[in-house]
Design a binder for this molecule. Structure first.
Ligand SMILES: [Zn+2]
Length: 150
Protein backbone atom coordinates (compact mmCIF):
# COMPACT_ATOMS: atom_id res chain seq x y z
CA UNK A 1 0.00 0.00 0.00
CA UNK A 2 1.29 3.43 -0.89
CA UNK A 3 1.47 5.80 2.06
CA UNK A 4 0.02 9.31 2.14
CA UNK A 5 2.25 12.16 1.06
CA UNK A 6 1.97 15.75 0.00
CA UNK A 7 2.13 16.29 -3.74
CA UNK A 8 3.76 19.16 -5.56
CA UNK A 9 1.14 21.08 -7.57
CA UNK A 10 2.53 21.66 -11.08
CA UNK A 11 3.59 25.28 -11.47
CA UNK A 12 1.58 25.76 -14.66
CA UNK A 13 -1.58 24.44 -13.00
CA UNK A 14 -1.05 26.55 -9.86
CA UNK A 15 -0.68 29.71 -11.94
CA UNK A 16 -3.78 28.89 -14.01
CA UNK A 17 -5.79 28.28 -10.82
CA UNK A 18 -4.58 31.54 -9.27
CA UNK A 19 -5.66 33.38 -12.38
CA UNK A 20 -9.05 31.69 -12.36
CA UNK A 21 -9.81 32.00 -8.63
CA UNK A 22 -8.15 35.39 -8.35
CA UNK A 23 -6.21 34.41 -5.24
CA UNK A 24 -3.16 32.49 -4.08
CA UNK A 25 -3.53 28.72 -4.11
CA UNK A 26 -0.16 27.91 -2.58
CA UNK A 27 -1.78 27.44 0.84
CA UNK A 28 -3.80 24.50 -0.43
CA UNK A 29 -2.01 21.23 0.26
CA UNK A 30 -2.74 18.21 -1.93
CA UNK A 31 -2.25 14.88 -0.15
CA UNK A 32 -2.24 11.76 -2.32
CA UNK A 33 -3.04 8.22 -1.22
CA UNK A 34 -4.79 9.64 1.85
CA UNK A 35 -6.47 7.16 4.21
CA UNK A 36 -9.20 9.74 4.93
CA UNK A 37 -10.79 9.32 1.52
CA UNK A 38 -11.42 5.64 2.33
CA UNK A 39 -13.85 6.77 5.01
CA UNK A 40 -15.91 8.52 2.36
CA UNK A 41 -17.29 5.56 0.42
CA UNK A 42 -16.27 5.73 -3.22
CA UNK A 43 -15.19 9.37 -3.11
CA UNK A 44 -11.98 10.01 -5.05
CA UNK A 45 -11.20 13.05 -2.95
CA UNK A 46 -12.26 14.81 0.21
CA UNK A 47 -11.46 18.30 1.44
CA UNK A 48 -10.77 20.18 4.67
CA UNK A 49 -9.65 23.77 5.23
CA UNK A 50 -6.52 24.20 3.11
CA UNK A 51 -6.38 20.50 2.22
CA UNK A 52 -7.37 18.20 -0.62
CA UNK A 53 -7.05 14.51 0.24
CA UNK A 54 -6.90 12.11 -2.69
CA UNK A 55 -7.64 8.43 -2.71
CA UNK A 56 -5.26 7.85 -5.62
CA UNK A 57 -2.29 9.60 -7.12
CA UNK A 58 -1.84 13.34 -7.53
CA UNK A 59 -0.77 12.73 -11.12
CA UNK A 60 -4.23 11.37 -11.98
CA UNK A 61 -5.87 14.23 -10.07
CA UNK A 62 -3.89 16.96 -11.84
CA UNK A 63 -4.75 15.36 -15.18
CA UNK A 64 -8.48 15.92 -14.49
CA UNK A 65 -9.13 19.69 -14.70
CA UNK A 66 -12.82 19.32 -13.86
CA UNK A 67 -12.07 17.48 -10.63
CA UNK A 68 -9.28 19.93 -9.76
CA UNK A 69 -11.75 22.84 -10.08
CA UNK A 70 -14.39 21.00 -8.08
CA UNK A 71 -12.05 20.28 -5.16
CA UNK A 72 -10.38 23.71 -5.19
CA UNK A 73 -13.87 25.25 -5.17
CA UNK A 74 -14.67 23.35 -1.96
CA UNK A 75 -11.45 24.62 -0.36
CA UNK A 76 -11.23 28.20 -1.65
CA UNK A 77 -14.91 29.15 -2.01
CA UNK A 78 -16.48 27.10 0.80
CA UNK A 79 -14.02 26.10 3.56
CA UNK A 80 -11.88 29.23 3.39
CA UNK A 81 -14.71 31.77 3.91
CA UNK A 82 -16.17 29.50 6.59
CA UNK A 83 -19.38 28.61 4.76
CA UNK A 84 -18.53 24.92 4.74
CA UNK A 85 -18.07 23.14 8.07
CA UNK A 86 -18.22 19.44 8.90
CA UNK A 87 -21.59 19.71 10.77
CA UNK A 88 -23.13 21.77 7.95
CA UNK A 89 -21.91 19.33 5.33
CA UNK A 90 -23.25 16.34 7.25
CA UNK A 91 -26.57 18.07 7.80
CA UNK A 92 -26.83 18.82 4.07
CA UNK A 93 -26.07 15.17 3.30
CA UNK A 94 -28.74 14.00 5.74
CA UNK A 95 -31.29 16.36 4.22
CA UNK A 96 -30.51 15.99 0.56
CA UNK A 97 -28.00 13.17 0.17
CA UNK A 98 -24.53 13.47 -1.30
CA UNK A 99 -25.44 14.44 -4.85
CA UNK A 100 -27.96 17.16 -4.06
CA UNK A 101 -26.29 18.77 -1.07
CA UNK A 102 -25.69 22.44 -1.81
CA UNK A 103 -21.92 22.30 -1.35
CA UNK A 104 -21.62 19.55 -3.95
CA UNK A 105 -24.09 21.23 -6.31
CA UNK A 106 -22.15 24.50 -6.10
CA UNK A 107 -18.75 22.83 -6.61
CA UNK A 108 -20.06 20.85 -9.60
CA UNK A 109 -21.56 23.97 -11.15
CA UNK A 110 -18.33 25.88 -10.58
CA UNK A 111 -16.35 23.14 -12.31
CA UNK A 112 -18.84 22.94 -15.19
CA UNK A 113 -18.68 26.70 -15.70
CA UNK A 114 -14.92 27.05 -15.51
CA UNK A 115 -13.41 23.89 -16.96
CA UNK A 116 -13.16 25.34 -20.49
CA UNK A 117 -11.43 28.42 -19.11
CA UNK A 118 -8.96 26.36 -17.13
CA UNK A 119 -8.18 24.25 -20.19
CA UNK A 120 -7.65 27.43 -22.20
CA UNK A 121 -5.33 28.84 -19.53
CA UNK A 122 -3.38 25.60 -19.49
CA UNK A 123 -3.24 25.49 -23.28
CA UNK A 124 -2.02 29.09 -23.35
CA UNK A 125 0.87 28.26 -21.09
CA UNK A 126 3.74 27.24 -23.37
CA UNK A 127 5.07 24.84 -20.74
CA UNK A 128 2.10 22.54 -21.13
CA UNK A 129 2.97 21.97 -24.76
CA UNK A 130 6.50 20.98 -23.95
CA UNK A 131 6.41 18.72 -20.91
CA UNK A 132 9.72 17.19 -21.96
CA UNK A 133 12.71 19.02 -23.34
CA UNK A 134 13.26 18.45 -27.05
CA UNK A 135 15.79 15.75 -27.91
CA UNK A 136 19.34 17.05 -28.26
CA UNK A 137 20.32 17.79 -31.81
CA UNK A 138 23.84 17.65 -33.16
CA UNK A 139 25.23 21.11 -33.86
CA UNK A 140 25.30 22.19 -37.50
CA UNK A 141 28.47 21.16 -39.25
CA UNK A 142 29.61 24.70 -39.88
CA UNK A 143 29.90 25.45 -36.13
CA UNK A 144 32.54 22.82 -35.67
CA UNK A 145 36.04 24.18 -35.62
CA UNK A 146 37.81 23.27 -38.76
CA UNK A 147 40.82 21.24 -37.90
CA UNK A 148 43.32 19.93 -40.27
CA UNK A 149 43.32 16.17 -40.40
CA UNK A 150 46.31 14.46 -38.84
ZN1 LIG B 1 -17.33 17.57 -3.94
Amino acid sequence: MTSAREAQVPEVLARALEHLFGRRVGGVRVIEYAWRTRLHGRAVATTRPGRIYLRGSAREFFANPWLVLHEYCHVLCQWQPGRLTVPRYLLECLRRGYWNNRFEVEAREFADLNVARLLALLAGAPETHAPEPPPPRPPPYNTRPARPAG
